[in-house]
Design a protein around this ligand. Sequence first.
Ligand SMILES: O=c1ccn([C@@H]2O[C@H](COP(=O)(O)O)[C@@H](O)[C@H]2O)c(=O)[nH]1
Length: 282
Amino acid sequence: MIPFGTRLRRAMDTRGPLCVGIDPHASLLRDWGLNDDVAGLERFTRTTVDALADRVAVLKPQSAFFERFGSRGIAVLEKAVADARSAGALVLMDAKRGDIGSTMAAYASAFLDEGSPLFSDAVTLSPYLGFGSLRPALDAAAASGAGVFVLALTSNPEGAEVQRATAADGRSLAQLMLDRMAAENEGARPLGSVGAVVGATLGDTGADLAINGPLLAPGIGAQGATPADLPKVFGSVVGNVVPSVSRGVLRHGPDAAALREAAERFADEVRAAVSGSRDRDG
Ligand SMILES: O=c1ccn([C@@H]2O[C@H](COP(=O)(O)O)[C@@H](O)[C@H]2O)c(=O)[nH]1
C-alpha cells in the first residue's frame, strides 16, 4: 500500500499540482442549461469528471452540493468518486468533518475505510474540536493509505477570529494545529499524508507552514486569489502546494474542451508562479 503523500507527490510531478473542485452550485447548473435537480447534478458531475479526471492531479467534490439532494445526490457522488479514481485522479472529498472522537470514528469509516462506497484518497477535516479528536481519522487514513487535509487558515475572512486567536502557550490556534500536523508527518518521505488547508487569499500568513505535508490552497478564481499569489502565501514550501480552483474552471462548462482549457490555463499560471519563485530564491 502506497501512502497518500507518496501518491500525491507522484501525481503532482506527472500531472502538475492543480486540484479542480466539483461544486455543482444551483447557479452553475442553470448556466450550463441544466435543471437544479438530481438529473442536472448527475450530468454536471459526469461532464466534469469525464473532462478532467484523466489529466488533473486531484478532483475535489464538495460534499455539500451532493448532500442537498439526499440519498440520490450521494449516489451521484459515489459514482463520481469511483469514476474519477479509475481515470487516474486522486479524489479529495471536501466534507470538513470534525466531531468528538467516537463520532469521528464513524466519519473515518465513511470516507477512509477502503470498503466504504465513499472511500476517497483523502478527506478534509476540521480540527476545532481539538486536534486529538481527529485521531480515529488519522489512524484510519494511515491504515488504508489515504490522507487528510486539516483546516488551518481558511480562505474566508471570518476564519481569522478563531484561527488567529492565541492559545495558552502564545501560539495562534492555527499554528498549534500546523505544529500537530508537522508532528504527524515527521520522517515521511517524500511527503507526509497529513495536509493542511491554507487559503490562497491570505497573503503572507506569518505562520510556519513547513509541515512536511501537502498544503491545499483554495480561494483561487472566484474568491479573488490568483496563482501569482502563491509564492507570497507559501514562501519556501510553495513546492508542496496543491492550488485549488472550483468555479474558476467550472464556469467554462459545459463544453468539455473549454473546461480542459480553463484547467490548463490555471495549471500553466501555477507552473509559472512556482518556477518563477524558485528562480528568484535560487
Ligand atoms: O478554506 C477553505 C476551505 C475550503 N474551501 C472550499 O473550496 C471550494 C472553493 O470554491 P471556489 O469556487 O473555487 O471558490 C469550495 O468547495 C469551498 O467550500 C474554501 O473555499 N476555503
